[in-house]
Design a protein around this ligand. Structure first.
Ligand SMILES: Cc1cc2nc3c(=O)[nH]c(=O)nc-3n(C[C@H](O)[C@H](O)[C@H](O)COP(=O)(O)OP(=O)(O)OC[C@H]3O[C@@H](n4cnc5c(N)ncnc54)[C@H](O)[C@@H]3O)c2cc1C
Length: 566
């Protein structure tokens, strides 16, 4: 923090200013009451449905079931933070709100993996970019995976319903400087670009808090799960109950029927206690890293061995560029981060719709400085370059991975991720990096580079007036990017989208859950999160997750007998 002012980084606003902004916008915080306060010993409880995980998939399931009159308990392993308990400081947010403090990676450490790990799951820290499942993905899931629902109005209506609830809009969206440069560069390069709808209460320029939605949304500007579906669940006629710091270790089942869960909960005495829940329906919504881990720990027959397989990560690489001195600063932490998207290379180099999307990331001082470290020599050069943080603009290349990895359990029963970037997906990534470099160059930047360490610092380009020399320099950089490729440990790759590890399908031989989201081997056990995606969604997965959860919840409601209604 001591160096923030040197970097021109203002940091988060003080709590009074945040509270005033919230009040001016007429937003009232809902304080969730946690079951933990009544727990002082090992405890057993009965519910109609227990939902494990309070993220995107779990929140929709909880709201739908509670609003239908069922007795619902939501168990979340992360901590619930009220708004005043969050600081908005990037490092603290990583530590408190992200899965394992933001330190997850694939087993070979070749790819950093970010996921939500707090009440609200990924929705608490994500970037509010709301893209519907592309039609070609819906068709693929319907035809190649036998899941006809995805090509019908049933899924379309589910998407409409969740979009309405989280206030998805593209009307009147304002773009920060990073997105403006991206749009301008796309247009000048002749590439397709469009607005990315947002689930924000305020999309106007300078909307308070829009730049800080990645660090715990103290302004409640983002219509995340704590503001929408979890609140609906809490407000139901039979209010759902919630517990945080409650890690489910196992789903219990007998003779092929789910009976409940076993968990460890931190009680009001600050001590861990065993919590045993009996429930007629168990909804697993722990996300694509932890849902397969939970099922594997629960000793399901897993006859086809597919639990944990089919891990898709939407691997991301970044192109960073510096605007000329004297041009308006970029200040990429100001304003909503991801408001535009280019599908220019979505079809991919092989024309199979496994290409990539180009978007703008949220970059605050910590992440920005880390990026600069990879683009500069250690010591003095790094110090010089990091002082240019306000001038840096970034584009992410987000690959729809065709090939997959796997989640396995380690000896402690914790998930480990195994994943390699396949040749197919490397080709998509290279295609995207080339386009992103050309977009940045077209927008008039002074220097541009990738996270391939072999290429070193940002490469300075001749000025825009030297058209041919500049074009040759860009071509040279693109050629170098393609030549270097992605040797392990020589490029920064990131995933914020985990999918597919409890795959949905039309046959017990080829999938983990059926089209209703129900496990083939244990009835009453449903999975309702991004882990059921048959393949990668090719779009940022929040809306697809919410839509599937909405659809699965209708099936669960049908299964729960009327006798359970109060
Ligand atoms: C930095 C970042 C930015 C993103 N930006 C966007 C975006 O702009 N647009 C978009 O569409 N998507 C975005 N995403 C992705 C999106 O947030 C996720 O795809 C989505 O949250 C997945 O939903 P889920 O239900 O599968 O899991 P999650 O939302 O991650 O929820 C899973 C929850 O289960 C809890 N849990 C896990 N194991 C247990 C257990 N054993 N017991 C109890 N609880 C458990 C976890 O703590 C977590 O809270 C982003 C993700 C990240 C990390």
């Amino acid at each position: 923090m001591a160096n923030w002012s040197l970097l021109g980084y203002a940091g988060p606003e003080p709590p009074e200013r945040v509270a005033a902004a919230r009040q001016a916008a007429g937003r009232t915080e809902h304080i969730f009451q946690m079951l933990n306060s009544s727990i002082t010993a090992d405890t057993s409880l009965d519910f109609d449905a227990v939902v494990i995980g309070s993220g995107c998939g779990g929140a929709v399931a909880a709201a739908e079931l509670a609003c239908a009159g069922h007795r619902v308990l939501v168990l979340e392993k992360g901590k619930y933070f009220s708004l005043s308990e969050m600081s908005g400081v990037e490092g603290e947010a990583l530590d408190q709100l992200y899965e394992r403090g933001g330190l997850v990676s694939t087993e070979d450490t070749g790819l950093a993996v970010l996921a939500g790990g707090t009440f609200g799951g990924g929705s608490a820290i994500n970037w509010a970019c709301c893209l519907r499942t592309p039609d070609y993905v819906r068709q693929e899931w319907a035809t190649e995976h036998g899941l006809k629902r995805f090509a019908t109005d049933e899924f379309g209506d589910a998407l409409d319903a969740v979009c309405k609830r989280i206030n998805v809009t593209s009307t009147g969206i304002s773009h920060n400087r990073n997105n403006e440069l991206f749009i301008d560069g796309c247009q000048k390069a002749g590439y397709e670009v469009e607005d990315a709808p947002q689930n924000m209460a305020d999309v106007s320029p300078g909307a308070p808090g829009a730049g800080f939605i990645c660090a715990g949304d103290r302004y409640e500007i983002k219509q995340s799960m704590t503001v929408t579906f979890l609140r609906d669940a809490a407000a139901a006629r039979v209010p759902a109950q919630f517990a945080d710091r409650c890690k489910v270790s196992e789903v219990t089942h007998s003779k092929g029927v789910a009976t409940g869960v076993r968990a460890t909960i931190i009680g009001s005495d600050g001590q861990p206690h065993q919590l045993t829940i009996r429930a007629r329906v168990v909804v697993v919504a722990c996300g694509s890293i932890n849902s397969p881990a939970l099922l594997l720990r629960s000793r399901l027959p897993n006859k086809n061995g597919l639990i944990g397989k089919n891990l898709r990560l939407h691997p991301v690489s970044i192109v960073t560029a510096k605007v000329p001195a004297g041009a308006p600063d970029v200040v990429s932490w100001e304003g909503a981060p991801m408001t535009a998207v280019s599908n220019e290379c979505a079809r991919g180099p092989f024309g199979d719709n496994y290409g990539c999307k180009l978007e703008c990331p949220s970059i605050h001082a910590g992440l920005g400085a880390t990026g600069v470290a990879g683009l500069s020599k250690p010591g003095k050069h790094f110090k010089q370059e990091v002082l240019n943080l306000r001038r840096l603009t970034s584009i992410i290349v987000l690959v729809r991975d065709k090939d997959s990895g796997e989640v396995r359990l380690d000896k402690n029963g914790e998930p480990r991720l195994y994943y390699n970037l396949s040749e197919h997906d490397q080709a998509s990534m290279l295609d995207g990096l080339e386009k992103a470099i050309r977009i940045a160059a077209a927008s008039g930047v002074e220097a541009v580079g990738t996270t391939q360490t072999a290429l070193g610092a940002l490469r300075t380009l001749p000025p825009m007036s030297m058209v041919e020399a500049r074009a040759a320099a860009v071509d040279g950089l693109v050629a170098d990017v393609r030549r270097v490729g992605f040797p392990l440990y020589s490029v920064t790759l990131i995933s914020a989208h985990q999918m597919g590890t409890c795959k949905m399908g039309s046959s017990a031989q080829t999938s983990v859950v059926n089209a209703d989201g129900q496990n083939w081997e244990v009835s009453g056990l449903f999975v309702s999160d991004a882990s059921v995606f048959p393949t990668s969604s090719g779009s940022n997965p929040m809306l697809t997750t919410l839509g599937i959860a909405h659809m699965v919840a209708q099936q669960i409601k049908r299964q729960l007998q009327p006798s359970s209604r109060l």
